[in-house]
Design a protein around this ligand. Structure first.
Ligand SMILES: *[C@@H]1O[C@H](CO)[C@@H](O)[C@H](O)[C@H]1NC(C)=O
Ligand SMILES: *[C@@H]1O[C@H](CO)[C@@H](O)[C@H](O)[C@H]1NC(C)=O
Ligand SMILES: *[C@@H]1O[C@H](CO)[C@@H](O)[C@H](O)[C@H]1NC(C)=O
Ligand SMILES: *[C@@H]1O[C@H](CO)[C@@H](O)[C@H](O)[C@H]1NC(C)=O
Ligand SMILES: *[C@@H]1O[C@H](CO)[C@@H](O)[C@H](O)[C@H]1NC(C)=O
Ligand SMILES: *[C@@H]1O[C@H](CO)[C@@H](O)[C@H](O)[C@H]1NC(C)=O
Ligand SMILES: *[C@@H]1O[C@H](CO)[C@@H](O)[C@H](O)[C@H]1NC(C)=O
Ligand SMILES: *[C@@H]1O[C@H](CO)[C@@H](O)[C@H](O)[C@H]1NC(C)=O
Length: 465
C-alpha cells in the first residue's frame, strides 16, 4: 500500500524531535476525561480526549451542518482528520445527540427523542462497563464488574475508511469477522461508499481494493517482508509493518514510530493514501499511495500480459516471453505445451525477473517446500503454468512455493520484485536462447535465458533481496 513515495524521510528526523514536545504539551492541556462510565453520557459539544491527548471523540459535521456524526479524530488537526465514524449511515439531524453506555455494555447513540441512531450491538449482560478512548485512537468498552477488564467491544474492530497504527486489516479466522476499510461516499459524506480495501487471504496475503464488483488494485502478495508490489515498504524504518499469520487470524498491521502520526485513508474513488502529520508545518502530507501508476490498474495487460512503466509507449503492455498479444487483449501461447497426463513433459521454464507476482487468488501455496521442490512439482503437474518462491526472507532464490494453474494475471515490473518462472514449450526456449544469445556468442555454460524489465538478457537488477 505504500506507493510512489514523496521524499520526506528527512522530515522524519524533525518529527521524532517534535513528537516528544507534542506529547508534553497535550498532556498538560488534557482536562477532558478519556472515559465514559455507566450512567454518564456525552452530548453534542462534549468530547472524550485520550490520556496522552492524541485523539478526541466527539460530534462533527463534515458537510451539511444539519448532519451530525459521532467520530474520533487526531487532536492535532481536528475534524479534518476523522479516522472513525460511528453513525456513518444514520446521521443525526441536529445537535441533540447523546452517547450513552447501557447496562449491557452497549454503546448507544440517541437522538433528541431518545431513538437509537447507532448501536455497538453488544450482546450479553455486563452489570458494569465503561468506554475508554485509548491514546492509540481505539475506543474500547470493558467489562468492569468483579475487577474484570475484558474487552467487550472496540472501534478498531469496526474500521471506517482509515487505518491507523495498531489497527488490523485482515480476517479473524475464529469468528470469520473481517477487518476492512470502506470508503466514504464523498469527501464530505461519511456514508458507506462504493470502494473497499480488504485483505485477500486465499493464496498469499494480498491487500486488494474493490469498487463495486470491480477489482481495482492489489498490493501484491506479502513476501515475508513487504507486499511485493510496494518496494518502498522494504525500508522498515518509518512504519514497521507485519502480516500476522496465526491459527485464529491473518492480518496486516503497522506500528507507530516514536509518536509520528500517520494514517491510511481509502478515498471515495478507491485510492489508498498514506498521510503523515508534519509537526513543523502542521499539515498532513501525502507519503505514498496505491495505485501509483497505470501498471497498477488490476489486470491491465490481460492473461499472461506484462506491464512495464519503462516501456517506450503506452499502454505499457507486452507479453511474457513465449506468448504473443491477442487483438482483444491478453496474450496467447506461441507453441503448445508438451505434457501428458502422467506428468511426463519436455516443457521447461523461463524466468521473468523483478515482478509483482500474479494474483494468487486461485494459486496453491506450500510454505514448507523449497524452490527446487516447487519446480519439480510444477513440472510434474501439466496444469501448472508458473511457480515462484512464497517467502524471500531466507535470501537466495527464496523459499516456499506458489503454483498457478489456468491463467496468470496482473504481472508488472517493479523495483525489488520477485522472480516468476513460467512454463514454456521446449521449442520456445530454443527461440529465446537464440534471441538473447546470438548463436556465435553462446557461452559454453550459458545461464538460462531470462527477461527483465528492460527486455534485455541476463539482467540481475530487480531481484528481491
Ligand atoms: C445525560 O446526562 C445528563 C447529566 O447527567 C442527564 O441530565 C441526562 O438525562 C442524560 N441523558 C441521557 C440521554 O442519558
Ligand atoms: C433525520 O431526519 C430524517 C428525515 O426527516 C429521518 O428519516 C431520520 O430518521 C432522522 N434521523 C434521526 C437519527 O433522527
Ligand atoms: C447493529 O445491528 C443492526 C440490526 O442487525 C444493523 O442494522 C446495524 O448495522 C448493526 N450496527 C453495527 C454498528 O454493527
Ligand atoms: C465480567 O468480568 C467478571 C470478572 O472477571 C466475570 O466474572 C464476569 O463473568 C464478566 N462478565 C461477562 C458478562 O462476561
Ligand atoms: C509492533 O509492536 C508490537 C508491540 O510492541 C511488537 O510486538 C511487534 O513486533 C511490532 N511490529 C513490528 C513490525 O515492528
Ligand atoms: C507417460 O505417457 C507417455 C505418453 O503417453 C509415455 O510415452 C510414457 O511412457 C509415460 N510415462 C510413464 C512413466 O508412464
Ligand atoms: C479464481 O477463480 C474464480 C472462480 O473460477 C474466478 O472467478 C477468478 O477470476 C479467478 N481469479 C483469478 C485471479 O484468476
Ligand atoms: C495439479 O495442480 C492442481 C492445482 O494445484 C491440483 O488441483 C491437481 O490435483 C494437481 N494434479 C496432480 C496430478 O497433482
Amino acid at each position: 500500500m505504500e506507493e510512489a513515495t514523496t521524499n520526506i524521510f528527512h522530515l522524519a528526523v524533525v518529527i521524532f524531535f517534535y513528537a516528544s514536545l507534542l506529547s508534553l504539551r497535550t498532556s498538560a492541556a488534557g482536562v477532558a476525561s478519556d472515559t465514559l462510565s455507566n450512567g454518564r453520557n456525552i452530548t453534542d459539544g462534549d468530547t472524550l480526549v485520550s490520556a496522552g491527548g492524541s485523539f478526541t471523540l466527539g460530534f462533527f459535521s463534515p458537510g451539511l451542518p444539519s448532519r451530525r456524526y459521532l467520530g474520533i479524530w487526531f487532536s492535532v488537526s481536528g475534524v479534518d482528520s476523522v479516522c472513525w465514524v460511528a453513525n456513518r449511515d444514520s446521521p443525526l439531524n441536529d445537535s441533540t445527540g447523546v452517547l450513552v453506555i447501557d447496562g449491557k455494555g452497549g454503546l448507544l447513540l440517541l437522538d433528541g427523542s431518545g431513538l437509537v441512531a447507532w448501536s455497538s450491538n453488544t450482546t450479553g449482560s455486563f452489570s458494569s462497563a465503561a468506554a475508554q478512548l485509548l491514546d492509540s485512537g481505539n475506543l474500547v468498552v470493558r467489562n468492569q464488574s468483579g475487577g474484570g477488564g475484558g474487552i467487550i467491544w472496540q472501534s478498531f474492530d469496526h474500521p471506517s475508511n482509515t487505518l491507523i497504527a495498531g489497527m488490523r486489516l485482515g480476517r479473524n479466522l475464529r469468528t470469520g469477522a473481517e477487518w476492512s476499510l470502506t470508503s466514504w461516499r464523498a469527501p464530505d459524506d461519511p456514508a458507506t461508499g462504493d470502494c473497499r480495501l480488504v485483505m485477500d487471504t486465499k493464496g498469499l496475503p494480498d491487500c486488494v481494493t474493490w469498487c463495486g464488483t470491480a477489482k481495482k488494485y492489489r498490493t501484491g502478495p506479502w513476501n515475508g517482508l513487504w507486499f511485493s508490489g510496494i518496494p518502498e515498504m522494504s525500508n522498515p524504518t518509518m512504519f514497521p509493518s507485519q502480516v500476522v499469520v496465526k491459527p485464529d487470524e491473518i492480518a496486516y498491521v503497522f506500528n507507530a514510530t516514536n509518536g509520528v502520526f500517520s494514517r491510511r485513508v481509502l478515498s471515495d474513488d478507491g485510492v489508498i493514501e498514506r498521510l503523515v502529520w508534519i509537526t513543523t508545518t502542521k499539515v498532513w502530507t501525502p507519503y505514498s499511495w496505491g495505485r501509483r501508476d497505470d501498471c497498477d490498474d488490476y489486470n491491465k495487460c490481460g492473461a499472461f500480459g506484462f506491464c512495464n512503466m519503462n516501456a517506450a509507449s503506452t499502454p505499457f503492455c507486452s507479453c511474457i516471453d513465449g506468448f504473443k498479444r491477442e487483438a482483444i487483449g491478453g496474450c496467447r501461447r506461441n507453441s503448445p505445451l508438451e505434457c501428458s497426463g502422467n506428468g511426463s513433459t519436455t516443457d521447461t521454464f523461463t524466468a521473468v525477473r523483478g515482478v509483482k507476482l500474479p494474483d494468487t487468488d486461485n494459486a496453491t501455496v506450500d510454505m514448507s517446500a523449497t524452490l527446487e521442490q516447487c519446480r519439480t512439482r510444477c513440472s510434474a503437474n501439466c496444469s501448472c503454468v508458473a511457480y515462484a518462491a512464497a517467502d524471500i526472507r531466507g535470501g537466495g532464490g527464496g523459499s516456499g512455493c506458489v503454483m498457478w494453474t489456468g491463467e496468470i494475471v496482473d504481472v508488472r515490473y517493479v523495483d525489488k520484485g520477485q522472480d516468476l518462472y513460467v512454463r514454456l514449450a521446449k521449442s520456445e526456449l530454443a527461440l529465446l536462447v537464440a534471441r538473447y544469445y546470438p548463436i556465435h556468442q553462446i557461452p559454453s555454460s550459458a545461464p538460462p535465458p531470462v527477461r527483465d524489465a528492460g527486455g534485455h538478457s541476463g539482467g540481475s537488477h530487480g531481484r528481491g533481496a
